[in-house]
Write a protein that binds this ligand. Structure first.
Ligand code: AP5
Ligand code: ZN
Length: 208
C-alpha cells in the first residue's frame, strides 16, 4: 500500500509508522528523519535564507520546499509500498506530491493541543535503534537503553510552540485539501498507542 500519515507534531506519526512498516512491509519515508540525518548539508546553492537545514529545524520552521521535495522524490522512486510521514506540510508540497505518486489513503491522527505538548516534551529517542519512547507513556524496560536515551533538539518548550503554530498555519490547510478530495481517513489519535494502532490497521485494511 501507499499510505500518507498526517498529524500535528507529536500526534504519533513516527510511532504508528513503525507499526505500519512491520505489518505491511512498506518503506518508511520520513522527511524529519531524513533531514535530521543531514542537518548540516550545504543548501546554500538553493537560494535559501540559511545555509543548512539545522537553522530551520532548531527554530521549528519548515525547511524550504525545494530541499524537501527532492528528498521525497528520490525516496518515492525507490519505494514500492510506503508510509509517507512528515510530508506534505504545506499546499505547495501537496501539489508537488500529486505529480510524484498516487496514494491509497491519507490517514489523519487527530490529537488535542495540550496532549501534543505533553507528548513532545516527554519524548525520548534511542540514538542506537531510532526507537521512540516517552518518559511516562512508554518508558523503556531495559536500564541500559534508558541510560542512553536522548531528547530531540526541537523538543524544547519554545520550539514546540513554534512547531504547533507552523502546523496550524501551513499544514492544517493540507488536511482540508485531502478532506475535500474525499481521501481523508480520520483516526482518534488521543487513545492509547495500541488502540490507535488497531484503528489505523483496520482503516488501512479497508482501503487496500
Ligand atoms: P518531523 O520529524 O516530521 O516532526 P513533527 O512533524 O513535528 O512530528 P514529530 O516527529 O515530532 O511527532 P510524531 O507525530 O512523529 O510523534 P511520535 O510518534 O514521535 O519534523 C521535524 C522538523 O523537520 C520540522 O519542524 C521541519 O523543520 C523539518 N521538516 C520535516 N518535514 C518537512 C517538510 N515536509 N517540509 C519542511 N520541513 C520539514 O510521538 C511523540 C511522543 O508521543 C513520543 O514520545 C511517543 O512515545 C508518544 N506517543 C505516541 N503515540 C502516543 C499515544 N497514542 N499515547 C501516548 N503517547 C504517545
Ligand atoms: Zn516523527
Amino acid at each position: 500500500p501507499r499510505i500518507l500519515i498526517l498529524g500535528a507534531p507529536g500526534a504519533g506519526k513516527g510511532t504508528q509508522s513503525a507499526n505500519i512498516v512491520e505489518e505491511f512491509d512498506v518503506d518508511h519515508i520520513t522527511t524529519g528523519d531524513a533531514l535530521r540525518a543531514n542537518k548540516d548539508m550545504d543548501i546554500s546553492d538553493m537560494d535559501t535564507e540559511y545555509d543548512t537545514p539545522r537553522e530551520y529545524m532548531d527554530q521549528g520552521e519548515l525547511v524550504p520546499d525545494e530541499v524537501v521535495n527532492a528528498i521525497v522524490d528520490e525516496a518515492l522512486n525507490q519505494a514500492d509500498g510506503f508510509v509517507l510521514d512528515g510530508y506534505p506540510r504545506n499546499l505547495e508540497q501537496a501539489e508537488e506530491l500529486e505529480g510524484m505518486t498516487d496514494l491509497d489513503l491519507a490517514l489523519y491522527l487527530d490529537v488535542s493541543e495540550d496532549e501534543l505538548v505533553h507528548r513532545l516534551t516527554g519524548r525520548r529517542m534511542d540514538p542506537e535503534t531510532g526507537e521512540i519512547y516517552h518518559v511516562e507513556y512508554n518508558p523503556p524496560e531495559d536500564e541500559e537503553i534508558e541510560a542512553r536515551l536522548e531528547q530531540r533538539d526541537d523538543d524544547t518548550e519554545e520550539t514546540v510552540k513554534e512547531r504547533l503554530r507552523v502546523f496550524r498555519e501551513n499544514t492544517e490547510p493540507v488536511i482540508e485539501f485531502y478532506d475535500e478530495q474525499g481521501d481523508l481517513e480520520r483516526v482518534d489519535g488521543e487513545q492509547a498507542p495500541e488502540e490507535v494502532w488497531e484503528e489505523v490497521k483496520e482503516t488501512i485494511e479497508d482501503a487496500v
